[in-house]
Design a protein around this ligand. Structure first.
Ligand code: AMP
Length: 397
C-alpha cells in the first residue's frame, strides 16, 4: 500500500513515499527553489541511491511531475507504475474552525482550506497549491488533508480564548489553534511506545524546536496549552518570527515607519525573531558559531531563545502539576546538544535532569535523563509524514 506524502512550501515540496503495509519509507526528497533559476530536486531511496540535481522547476505541478518521474524511474525508482500509489497525504498547517480531523479532499474541503489561507499566510497558500497541483498531475487518486491544528482541538476554552471583544471572537473565529500538531502527535505516541505504556496516561511537555518553534503541554492525550496561537507567530522567539511581543508595538511601529498591514505582517513573520535580533541568520548553527566567535547579539539571541523555552517549561509544569516526560524534537531539539543542555540546566527542582554524556549526540532517538530519574527527558526525531500516511490509510480504508 504505497502512500505519497507532500509538504508543500512556497518554493519547495518535501515528499515521502511510504509502504503502509509495513510503515517503511521507500523514497524521499525535496524539490527546492521552485520558480527560481537554481531549483534543485533531491531524491533518496531505500536502496541507498541518493542524489540532488539542478533542474528547472517553474511551478508546483512541474515539481510533482519530477517526483513521480523519479519514483517510477526504471533505474533508480521504487515502484513500477504510478497506479501503485493508492493515496496522497497533504500537510495543512491551519484547519481553523472547519476541521477537527483529517479529511478526504473534495471541492468543499478545498474551499474551506482556501478560506484558512488568510490566517496562515505563510503555510496554507502553498499547501493549497500543492493539492491543486497533484490533482492535475495525478487525477483520480484520493487526496487527504491532515492538519497541524487538529491535535490541539481540545484546548480548554478558558485557555484558547483571547481577551478581546467577544463579538470578534465569534465573528472571526479568533482563538488559540496551536500548530506542530502532527509532530506532537508522533512524539507523544512514541513516548508511550518507548516506555510501553498508554501515552494517554502521561503528562508531557513536548518542545518542537525548529525554524518554527513551539512547546505544548499534553495530558490524557489532549493539549492543555501550546505556545503558538491563532497563527504560528505567537510564543517562542523563532528563526524569523517574533513570538510573544507586546501587541502595542505593532501600531506604534506601523505609524512611525509608514508600514501597511502586509508589510508589517511580512516583517513579523520573515524578518524578526533570531534573524531580526542578530541581523545575521535565522539558522541556529550560524548563530551558535557567531556567538562562540564573540558576537554579542548572537550570544543574547541564544539566551533569549533558551529563556523562552525554559519559561514555558516552567509554566506548563505548573499547569500540569508536574510531568512524566519532557521531549525535544525539530531541527534544533534533535540536533543541538548545547541548547538542550542550556534549556534543562537548573531545572532540577522540577525534576528535570539530563545526563551530559547521554545528551552529547545529534539526530537520534534517545533518553537523555539519568536512568532512574522520575521525569524522563527524551530526544525523538519527529516523523510528521508517517502520521499523515497513517491518516491517509485510515481514511481511504
Ligand atoms: P526544522 O525547521 O525542524 O527543519 O529545523 C531547522 C533548524 O534546525 C535550522 O534552522 C537550524 O537552526 C537548526 N539546526 C539543525 N541542525 C542543527 C545543529 N546541529 N545545531 C543547531 N541547530 C541546528
Amino acid at each position: 500500500m504505497k502512500i505519497l506524502v507532500l509538504n508543500s512550501g512556497s518554493s519547495s515540496i518535501k515528499y515521502q513515499l511510504l509502504d503502509m503495509n509495513n510503515e517503511k519509507l521507500i523514497a524521499k526528497g525535496v524539490v527546492d527553489k521552485i520558480g527560481f533559476k537554481d531549483s534543485t530536486v533531491g531524491y533518496e531511496n531505500y536502496k541507498g541511491i541518493k542524489f540532488k540535481l539542478n533542474k528547472v522547476i517553474t511551478n508546483h505541478q512541474d515539481g510533482i511531475q519530477v517526483i513521480l518521474d523519479y519514483i517510477t524511474d526504471t533505474e533508480n525508482g521504487v515502484i513500477e507504475n504510478i497506479d501503485e500509489i493508492v493515496g496522497v497525504g497533504h500537510r495543512v498547517a491551519q484547519g481553523a474552525k472547519y476541521f477537527t480531523d483529517s479529511v478526504l479532499i473534495d471541492d468543499d474541503v478545498k474551499e474551506k482550506i482556501k478560506k484558512t489561507c488568510e490566517i496562515a499566510p505563510l503555510h496554507n497558500p502553498p499547501q493549497y497549491k500543492g493539492i491543486l497541483a497533484i490533482e492535475d498531475v495525478l487525477p483520480g487518486v484520493p487526496n487527504v488533508a491532515s492538519f497541524d491544528t487538529v491535535f490541539h482541538k481540545d484546548i480548554p476554552e478558558h485557555i484558547s480564548t483571547y481577551g478581546l471583544p467577544y463579538e470578534w471572537l465569534e465573528k472571526y473565529n479568533i482563538r488559540k489553534y496551536g500548530f506542530h500538531g502532527l509532530s506532537y502527535s508522533y512524539v507523544s505516541r512514541r513516548v508511550g511506545e518507548i516506555f510501553n505504556t498508554d501515552w494517554k496516561q502521561l503528562k508531557l511537555i513536548t518542545c518542537h524546536l525548529g525554524n518554527g518553534a513551539s512547546v505544548a503541554a499534553v495530558k490524557n492525550g489532549e493539549t492543555i496549552d501550546t505556545t503558538m496561537g491563532f497563527t504560528p507567530l505567537q510564543g517562542l522567539i523563532m528563526g524569523t518570527r517574533c513570538g510573544d511581543i507586546d501587541p502595542a508595538i505593532i501600531p506604534y511601529i506601523m505609524k512611525r515607519e509608514n508600514y501597511n498591514v502586509d508589510e508589517m505582517t511580512d516583517i513579523l513573520n520573515k524578518k524578526s525573531g533570531i534573524l531580526g535580533v542578530t541581523g545575521i541568520s535565522s539558522d541556529f548553527r550560524d548563530i551558535e558559531k557567531a556567538a562562540d566567535a564573540g558576537n554579542e547579539r548572537c550570544q543574547m539571541a541564544l539566551k533569549m531563545f533558551i529563556y523562552k523555552v525554559k519559561f514555558y517549561i516552567g509554566a506548563y509544569n505548573a499547569v500540569l502539576n508536574g510531568i512524566d516526560a519532557l521531549v525535544f524534537t525539530g531541527g534544533i531539539g534533535e540536533n543541538s546538544s548545547r541548547l538542550r543542555h542550556a534549556i534543562c540546566k537548573d531545572l532540577e527542582d522540577l525534576g528535570i535532569i539530563i545526563d551530559l554524556e547521554k545528551n552529547d549526540f545529534k539526530g537520534e532517538e534517545r533518553i537523555i535523563s539519568p536512568l532512574n530519574n522520575k521525569v524522563k527527558v527524551l530526544v525523538i526525531p519527529t516523523n510528521e509524514e508517517l502520521v499523515i500516511a497513517r491518516e491517509v490509510k485510515r481514511i481511504i480504508s
